[in-house]
Write a protein that binds this ligand. Structure first.
Ligand code: SF4
Length: 374
């Protein structure tokens, strides 16, 4: 199986914490979409080896585009590559774009799964984050989505907000579960460089919560999701059986994927490639046949470290017997330390993080990294 990621680099408004690639000006829209179609036309052959199991429209805000534009990409992919009958086709949507007409157009286009960026059900939090939608729009959109008959859907929440208490976080989780969502992604607010949030924190205008508060909210999230019957299958992702994201799970399992659009990443045949994160340069590069990307071939050590990083974040852990470089040769004392501390368990040839260890997943993974002699 392989995957296709399509990056729509436009947003209505810049969220204060976001460092993804997007533009709030729609001036380049026609040129960028045309270039993306061209890129897909030229590069689809890279996926010839395996049928396409997932298509994912991310961004940016894909729901800002006309449903016809989304349908155009899906039709084009179906024309160019073999797409599995039961392929998962996900569209990221924002609450202010959801209405009955669009929902039926997305369904008719072939979208099977919606991912809605709720982030918070509280109006003042949405304003703090600079979101374009209101809490009322979230409620309305969720009601429409829950009744729209898509095969699956998911919502995003953000915790670790300044001053957030466990009571507030509980109320957010209650509101999300009340909608009967089969899947939730929850992310801890992080301060990314050059964002409005980073400037406000630097100016002392915003004080971020401490690690202990954020960790307590993460543990509460895990407990609440387990009680509600949602499986914690990846650090930030919880789903009912049959509703795990196939697309993201493929990334974590090293399945090849093609990324189309400005800033999109691809990983095919051990080569990682990333497109320029600039709408005009991207469109010009595609149009002129110039190089608008950079790429690198990963070394065995890099591939091993990537597997450690992504695998340890999932409930399946990482199978040491399948790694190209054995981390036990270099890092046996550290592995023993994390096993003894109860952060990690050994299941056959796999290393899997415990609930306690999941709070430090990235640090544990990087501690187990093997040296790259290149
Ligand atoms: S809508 Fe999404 S991509 Fe756009 S600015 Fe907000 S968080 Fe970033």
């Amino acid at each position: 199986m392989s995957g296709l990621y399509i990056h729509i680099p436009f947003c209505r408004k810049a969220c204060t914490y976001c460092d993804f690639h997007f533009s709030t000006s729609l001036k380049t829209r026609e040129a960028v979409l045309a270039a993306m179609q061209r890129e897909l036309e030229v590069r689809a052959m890279e996926l010839a080896g395996a049928p396409l199991g997932t298509i994912y429209f991310g961004g940016g805000t894909p729901s800002l585009m006309e449903p016809d534009a989304i349908a155009g990409f899906i039709d084009q992919a179906r024309r160019l590559v073999r797409v599995e009958e039961s392929a998962e086709v996900t569209l990221e949507v924002n609450p202010d774009d959801v209405d009955e007409l669009r929902l039926s157009a997305w369904k008719a286009a072939g979208i099977t799964r919606l991912s809605i960026g709720i982030q918070s059900f509280r109006e003042e939090r949405l304003r703090f984050m600079g979101r374009a939608h209101t809490a009322e729009q979230s409620d309305h959109a969720l009601q429409l989505i829950a009744g729209a008959g898509f095969a699956s859907w998911t919502l995003d929440l953000i915790y670790g907000l300044p001053g957030m208490t466990l009571e507030e976080w509980d109320a957010q989780i209650d509101a999300a579960l009340a909608m009967g969502t089969p899947h939730i992604s929850a992310y801890c607010l992080t301060v990314e460089e050059k964002t409005t949030l980073a400037h406000r924190v630097k100016a002392g205008d915003v004080v971020m919560p401490n690690d202990a508060d954020q960790a307590a909210q993460f543990q509460r999230l895990i407990e609440r999701m387990e009680q509600a019957g949602l499986v914690h299958y990846e650090i930030s992702n919880f789903g009912r059986e049959g509703h795990f994201s196939r697309h993201n799970t493929s990334y974590w399992h090293g399945v090849p994927y093609l990324g189309i659009g400005p800033s999109a990443h691809s990983f095919i045949g051990g080569v990682r490639r990333w497109n320029v994160a600039h709408n005009v340069r991207y469109a010009k590069g595609v149009e002129e046949g110039a190089t608008y990307w950079q790429e690198e071939t990963l070394t065995p050590a890099q591939r091993t470290n990537e597997r450690l990083m992504t695998g340890l974040r999932t409930m399946w852990g990482v199978d040491l017997s399948t790694l190209e470089v054995d981390p036990e040769k270099e890092n046996a004392p550290l592995i023993a330390h994390y096993l003894a501390r109860g952060d990690m368990e050994r299941r056959g040839t796999r290393l899997v993080l415990t609930r306690q260890g999941r709070a430090f997943a990235d640090r544990i993974a990087s501690d187990l990294f093997v040296a790259d002699d290149r």
